[in-house]
Design a protein around this ligand. Structure first.
Ligand code: PLP
Length: 390
């Protein structure tokens, strides 16, 4: 499913490392599916820029999706500049200055509380009085319905700051609000959305019919092979028709799922109780979700510890003792210069890298299977590191 499986002829040993390689063929397949969902369900799917944003892919994504959702003025500006479609924003709070900037960039803005809506509305009135662009506003709901097991990623956990609970909901402040938003999923199926919708309808049903649109957030793993796409289409269609609203979905991960790899090399092999390879990449700086989530990335040609003849711990370049990707086994001992390919590294990687320890950020390349071309678009240099230090 990934580059090296689909395209064995791509000479990965020739790829400079560390490097993210985005497979434009795999990305196109995902986008084709998302287009079918939009057509069949009659909804709009936006790219959540926080999950996946890469300049060489914007032109392609734009052909399939009507816009983006952002979390900040910088993302909104990127969306406005690179997409030209709808730009939405949703964040836990907006400062006055950020909100004023967002008013010049966005089509929809979602408030995390009624107090933010009340506080910032006069700024929108002034913006309009001065001839500024019209926007539509929504309120983020907290349906208090839990589907995510990992606390770090559960917007509906105990005492969550995200969204307005039914108890805090203010029907008296709905004037000027044209949509409702909820986001309580993470890497989940359409069954989880179906259960969530039942709760949203039970708790907030009396307000749904008054709205123009409902935004069902992200976390829909639509492009995962076992995702029940038919169920998604069925429930979104039914919801739309039942309430007479437009529906938005705003996944990040689903756009880029399975579309890229991180290629790295072995720099050294040491021993301390076991064999340990030091790579020219880093868990903490290049794939922080490995430590945050945490999860074990797949590596092409590697197995679980003990599964193949040689078990090795893979460690990163930084000083952090815990900068360890995990223990893997290979058919032969790893040697200096060996190339390793980490699967599924397009989403929540390029957008999350840091320059901790000054380690070089992986280059960003695309593989175009149609013309069999690997193109490096970006190499990171000293200035990229230095410019963030003040
Ligand atoms: C993170 C987030 C998304 C995108 O989530 P994915 O898991 O990448 O699909 C969409 N909307 C909101 C409000 C989010 O916080």
């Amino acid at each position: 499913m990934f580059i090296s499986d689909r395209v064995p002829a791509l000479d990965l040993d020739a790829v400079e490392t560390p490097c993210f390689v985005i497979d434009l063929g795999a990305l196109t397949s995902n986008l084709e599916l998302l287009r079918q969902v939009q057509q069949a369900a009659g909804c709009k799917i936006l790219l959540a820029l926080k999950g996946f944003a890469a300049f060489p892919t914007f032109g392609l994504v734009r052909q399939y999706l009507p816009g983006v959702t952002s979390s900040s003025p910088h993302e909104a500006r990127l969306g406005r500049a690179e997409f030209g479609g709808e730009v939405h924003v949703c964040a836990p709070a907006y400062s006055d200055a950020d909100f004023d900037e967002l008013l010049t960039l966005c089509d929809h803005a979602v408030f995390n509380s009624f107090s933010q809506w009340q506080r910032l509305r006069p700024r929108y009135d002034r913006h309009r009085a001065a001839g500024g662009r019209p926007l539509e506003f929504g309120i983020r709901l907290n349906p208090e319905h839990r589907e995510v097991d990992v606390e770090l990623y559960d917007p509906c956990g105990a005492c969550s700051r995200l969204g307005v609970t039914r108890e805090q909901f203010r029907p008296d402040l709905l004037d000027g609000i044209s949509g409702l938003h909820f986001h309580n999923l993470c890497e989940l199926g359409s069954d989880a959305l179906e259960r969530t919708l039942a709760v949203v309808e039970a708790k907030f049903g009396e307000f749904l019919g008054r709205m123009k649109w409902i935004n069902m957030g992200g976390g829909h793993h639509i492009t995962r092979p076992d995702y029940d796409v038919e169920r998604l289409v069925r429930i979104v269609r039914a919801f739309r028709e039942r309430w007479g609203v437009e529906v938005y979905l705003e996944p990040g991960e689903a756009i880029a799922l399975g579309t890229g790899v991180l290629v790295a090399r072995v720099l050294d092999v040491v021993r301390n109780g076991m064999e340990i390879a030091i790579l020219d990449t880093s868990a903490t700086a290049h794939m922080p979700d490995v430590l945050e989530m945490p999860y074990r990335p797949e590596i092409v040609g590697a197995g679980l510890p003990g599964e193949r003849a040689h078990t090795v711990r893979l460690g990163g370049l930084t000083c952090l003792a815990g900068d360890v990707i995990g223990d893997y086994s290979f058919d032969r001992p790893l040697q200096v210069g060996d190339t390793l390919v980490f699967r599924d590294m397009a989403h929540y990687t390029m957008v999350k890298t840091s320059t901790f320890n000054g380690v070089r950020t992986p280059s960003i390349a695309t593989w175009d299977p149609a013309v069999r071309r690997l193109q490096v678009h970006r190499r990171f240099v000293y200035g990229d590191y230095a410019s963030r230090l003040g």
